[in-house]
Design a protein around this ligand. Structure first.
Ligand SMILES: Cc1cc2nc3c(=O)[nH]c(=O)nc-3n(C[C@H](O)[C@H](O)[C@H](O)COP(=O)(O)OP(=O)(O)OC[C@H]3O[C@@H](n4cnc5c(N)ncnc54)[C@H](O)[C@@H]3O)c2cc1C
Length: 121
């Protein structure tokens, strides 16, 4: 088998892997993505079923940070949670650029058949 060469190797095709692949490609890198199953499946992202929390539409980054730490039983990485709370909303809205159709609510977005965020906002 011939070796495959790339500038960037992404392992895994959940949300993080796919978004990182796009970012690297947009910066001119040749990207190879490796996954254990059909790309986009067999990961937590697809099992979450389309509900994404973020500080938006009136939910403040401080509130989102507090919620995230509380449901994470205080074992979250504080720096990661800070970034998540501050940038999450903007990052989610960015997905429109890739054709993701979404409903925007206070405290997050929902996509596909995900019923509503009302229950968990
Ligand atoms: C039922 C459910 C509900 C959730 N609800 C929410 C929610 O409401 N709000 C929220 O913020 N988060 C929620 N989450 C969590 C959220 O979905 C995850 O934190 C997020 O999807 C993680 O994305 P990821 O790309 O980092 O990982 P994943 O989507 O899990 O992707 C990881 C990828 O890496 C691959 N991989 C792993 N190990 C290897 C290996 N050794 N070799 C090759 N490939 C490998 C996997 O196959 C997969 O493709 C939920 C998760 C689940 C399962």
């Amino acid at each position: 088998m011939d070796p495959i060469k790339s500038d960037v190797l992404v392992i895994g095709t959940g949300g993080a892997g796919l978004r990182a692949s796009i970012a690297a490609h947009e910066r001119g890198a040749e990207v190879v993505v490796v996954c254990k199953a059909t790309a986009g499946f067999n990961n937590a992202t697809v099992h979450a079923e389309g509900g994404f929390r973020a500080a938006m539409e009136g939910l403040s980054p401080e509130e989102h940070l507090e919620d995230t730490v509380r449901v994470g039983f205080n074992v979250n990485d504080p720096e990661m949670v800070q970034v998540f709370a501050e940038e999450g909303g903007e990052r989610l809205l960015e997905l429109k650029r890739f054709g993701v159709e979404m409903r925007v609510h206070r405290g997050g977005i929902s996509v596909g058949k995900f019923p509503t965020l009302a229950a968990w906002v």
